[in-house]
Design a protein. Structure first.
Length: 387
């Protein structure tokens, strides 16, 4: 059970008008020539003041009696997705219930407040009981989302103040990249991959392991055709081949551009980064589903190049999403050039470079790799999933 961190008191605006109106009525009646109206004057003036004093006292004591007993917030969510946020309050008072309790939460990221959230009302909270306020929150921005502090405001009708109990504990929600569904022809990026790695051998190398069967691709050796699966297909022109893989070698190197622009619109460049991150995440999942081993490389900070070896395992893909959730424009062109040159010189693996620039640079054209510009992302993307 968490006590409130502080109580914030603010003056209720309607109270000044009510007091002024009561004073004018009292002055008008006091100016009457009949002394018998003095008792009425006392009642007209005393009753509103007593009501204001009682409502103000109950407002303050009720706010002090509120406790936060639970907050339901997920540890992670996805961009373009929603989650349920819940705050449970208990009234520790003994006599009077809490009426019209308003609750809300603050949302921020990187020290910048995004939104204070809508107020959710608890109509009545009896003494000794608990009640829960719920919100449906949509996360639109990738990164670390801070939820909190929470606030519970009490203002009884006629109260001169609004008492707001603040609970300063903050909860962190990791917002993962949005889910992209890619077009089926995204496999064209790897056309001829087996040719590139020397799959002209009649038999697999001794270090390779059998990993399954797949559809025949141009460049595959006829000696690797899986006869039983090919005979079972209804299409006589469809063949399946046995696939072997060296567990110590990567099939694909995927490099993400994180270098900020030297000129131009920085906001546009950041928008391209968000799309590229979601696209890279979808690419890795697609290739992992094809039982390929992906080597993901990006620059996280100065002199900090991240390399992840992604196998067809959920734990590797989860690690990739956690890394992508905190990625920003912190790279530089010199380091990026060295990374691309090193990946191209690695033996066997195809290289795909996801760039943030609208055109392929001259030094990139000289390297044996596939460069995807921001204009290619919508071509290979089928839909963006709103969860």
């Amino acid at each position: 059970m968490r006590r409130r961190s502080r109580i914030k008191l603010t003056i209720a605006p309607p109270i000044g008008i009510a007091v002024l109106g009561a004073s004018l009525v009292a002055a008008a009646i006091a100016g009457a020539p009949h002394p018998a109206l003095r008792a009425l004057v006392v009642f007209v003036v005393a009753f509103p003041l007593l009501w204001i004093a009682l409502a103000t006292t109950l407002t303050y004591t009720t706010a002090r009696a509120l406790r936060a007993v639970g907050v339901e917030v997920p540890s992670r969510t996805r961009a373009m997705g929603s989650f349920r946020l819940a705050l449970t309050l208990v009234h520790r008072g003994r006599a009077f219930p809490a009426i019209g309790v308003l609750t809300n939460a603050r949302f921020s990221t990187a020290g910048v407040v995004l939104d204070s959230g809508p107020w959710a009302e608890i109509p009545i909270l009896e003494a000794g009981r608990a009640a829960t306020s719920c919100w449906d929150v949509m996360a639109k921005r990738r990164g670390m989302l801070l939820v909190g502090p929470f606030r519970a405001a009490v203002e009884l009708p006629g109260s001169a103040i609004r008492a707001t109990a603040a609970f300063d504990k903050t909860y962190t929600v990791t917002v993962l990249p949005a889910v992209y569904h890619l077009q089926p022809f995204v496999d064209a990026l790897l056309a001829g991959r087996h040719v590139a790695v020397g799959r002209f051998l009649k038999l697999p190398a001794a270090t390779e392991e059998y990993v399954g069967a797949r559809e025949y691709r141009p460049g595959d050796s006829p000696k690797l055709i899986h006869r039983i699966l090919s005979l079972r297909t209804r299409d006589p022109n469809q063949f399946y081949v046995r696939e072997f893989q060296d567990p110590s070698r990567d099939d694909l190197s995927l490099v993400l551009d994180t270098a900020p622009p030297l000129d131009g619109d920085a906001a546009l460049h950041r928008y391209r980064l968000e799309k590229a991150i979601c696209f890279v995440c979808a690419l890795c999942r697609t290739f992992a589903a094809r039982r390929l081993t992906v080597r993901f490389v990006c620059q996280r900070a100065a002199r900090d190049v991240v390399t992840l070896r992604l196998r067809p395992l959920d734990v590797d893909l989860d690690r990739l999403e956690m890394e992508l959730a905190q990625l920003d424009l912190t790279g530089d062109r010199a380091t990026l050039g060295r990374v691309l040159l090193g990946e191209v010189r690695r033996h066997g693996a195809a290289v795909i470079f996801v760039s943030l620039r609208p055109r392929e640079q001259l030094e990139q054209q000289r390297l044996h790799m596939v460069t995807l510009t921001p204009d290619h992302v919508p071509v290979f993307t089928r839909e963006v999933v709103w969860q």
